[in-house]
Write a protein that binds this ligand. Structure first.
Ligand code: SIN
Length: 483
């Protein structure tokens, strides 16, 4: 990795502002998913070492919470300034360990930083309430206070943004945080940790622990000193963590799987819908929880939509994320490629038509070509599963109620998209879609200023916006007799 500032690259865990190896000296290898070159190693910490980090967090909690929101904001803005300053290096680290195109990595660093800046200031507005009293002698006040020591378990698909989206509201509101990044993409997290130290974030306030997910998850979920866990990842693991957190009744935020419908009505601006579908479907090679998973196109416009969409897809460059002209990088690992092939084969065996793509790049096996398939039916696995790959299955529908019924026919409820020019339909559809997020006439909805999160088995809790701050605050009711 050619970094302007090589000190950003750490192969140690960040504990109490020191860089540490595992006492056992055990490590986990980290590889570049594009070319399988080894990037480095991270410590495989033991349960006791993670518990020790929780002790440091617990020690730091009171003094961090005692700073004013303004004092914390100054430190957080300093961190954000350093992230801006090192944006290119951070993007290179991200692409090298995750595979996404450099332009997306640069975008993600900006997105990650937007959470730090937003929450640094938003915490100054963590207002409580004074409730008008119905009793002359009594007064009612509501105080917002930090939850306490928090932990987060973050995914490989957004190695920086999913960290700052949790760490920033936690730290801004006066909580300290222990982060467990995914072992496939730990170096982005550790580079953010280096900059956090440089920014003056005190000991124990932000710690980054590395190692086996089950070992670290087991400690973070069962330790009484951790008051809140925030997790982004699969619904399967989310359910497990929820069970594990039950014994200590932790506050939880879960951002889990999605199965986003992308509906194009007959009155839509088709060119705009094509552009939105490309942006939503192929972002990060289809590996986001909010990627369009099922594209529903009205019968009367399907030919035009499919022709235009396929033409755009054929212009996408697939390959090494570090090349400037790459639009779609590789999938994260071989399991992801095998799952993609299996889903596609199942659809083709059951009658789907392959329009374009359908296989890996001839010389880069982990880069799956952007694929379009039509003639999709409900019997196919691809109609129900989260694809997490660059395959766009196109369904055809005839009427509004029918498509809403299909769109809602899933245990998931994260993001949804629809295109229409009708104001009345926009209201009807937005209200009817059983999703935490609805995007109309756009394929990208993520921003630090709006609440990101799902319903049903896509989880609960919100990230970003004032709602995201609330996840790290408790509500204390104060009743006083003033007679
Ligand atoms: C995710 O895929 O989990 C996050 C996507 C986003 O923030 O846009």
């Amino acid at each position: 990795m050619k970094l302007s500032n090589p000190t950003l690259f750490h192969e140690h865990a960040l504990i109490n502002n020191t860089w540490q190896s595992a006492k056992s000296a055990n490590t986990i290898d980290v590889f570049n998913p594009f070319n399988d070159e080894k990037i480095g190693t991270i410590p495989d910490l033991s349960a006791d070492e993670v518990a020790e980090a929780i002790g440091f967090a617990d020690d730091a909690q009171k003094s961090w919470a005692s700073l004013t929101a303004n004092e914390r904001a100054v430190i957080l803005h300093r961190w954000a300034d350093l992230i801006d300053e090192h944006r290119e290096d951070l993007a290179i680290i991200m692409t090298t360990e995750q595979g996404k195109p450099l332009k997306e990595s640069r975008g993600e660093i900006g997105y990650a930083n937007s959470f730090i800046r937003f929450f640094a200031d938003e915490a100054k507005r963590a207002y409580g309430d004074v409730i008008p009293s119905p009793n002359a002698n009594l007064r009612y006040v509501v105080l917002k206070q930090p939850v306490g020591v928090c932990a987060s378990i973050t995914p490989w698909n957004f190695p920086s943004a999913m960290i700052t989206r949790k760490v920033a509201p936690a730290l801004a509101s006066g909580c300290v945080m222990i982060v467990k990044p995914d072992s496939q993409t730990p170096f982005s997290a550790l580079a953010l940790g280096e900059l956090a130290i440089q920014a003056g974030i005190p000991k124990g306030v932000l710690q980054i622990v590395t190692g086996q997910a089950d070992v670290i998850g087991g400690v973070l979920t069962s330790d009484e000193r951790i008051k809140k866990l925030s997790f982004t990842g699969s619904t399967r693991v989310g359910k497990l963590l929820m069970e594990q957190c039950a014994s200590t009744v932790k506050k939880l935020s879960l951002e889990l799987g999605g199965n986003a419908p992308f509906i194009v009505f007959d009155d839509a601006d088709i060119d705009k819908a094509v552009k939105g579908a490309i942006a939503s479907k192929y972002r990060n090679a289809g590996q986001t929880c909010v990627c369009a998973n099922r594209i529903y196109v009205h019968q009367t416009i399907k030919d035009e939509f499919i022709a235009k969409f396929t033409k755009e897809v054929s212009n996408l460059h697939v390959g090494d994320g570090l090349s400037d002209d790459t639009d779609i990088g590789c999938l994260i690992n071989d399991t992801a490629v095998q799952k993609t092939q299996k889903l596609l084969q199942d659809a083709l065996d059951k009658g789907a038509t392959l329009i374009t793509g359908g296989k890996s790049h001839p010389t880069h096996a982990r880069c799956f070509l952007p694929t379009v398939i039509t003639d999709i039916t409900d019997e196919m696995d691809i109609a129900h599963e989260e694809i997490f790959a660059p395959i766009a299955p196109i369904f055809v529908f005839d009427d509004e109620q029918e498509v809403i019924r299909h769109a809602n026919n899933t245990p998931y409820g994260l993001a949804s998209y629809f295109y229409t020019r009708s104001h009345a339909r926009a209201w009807r559809v937005s209200e009817a879609l059983e999703y935490g997020m609805v995007a109309q006439n756009t394929g990208l909805l993520s921003t630090e200023v709006a609440p990101f999160g799902g319903v049903k088995q896509s989880g609960f809790g919100r990230e970003g916006s004032k709602y995201g701050l609330d996840e790290y605050l408790t509500t204390k009711y104060w009743c006083m007799d003033v007679s």
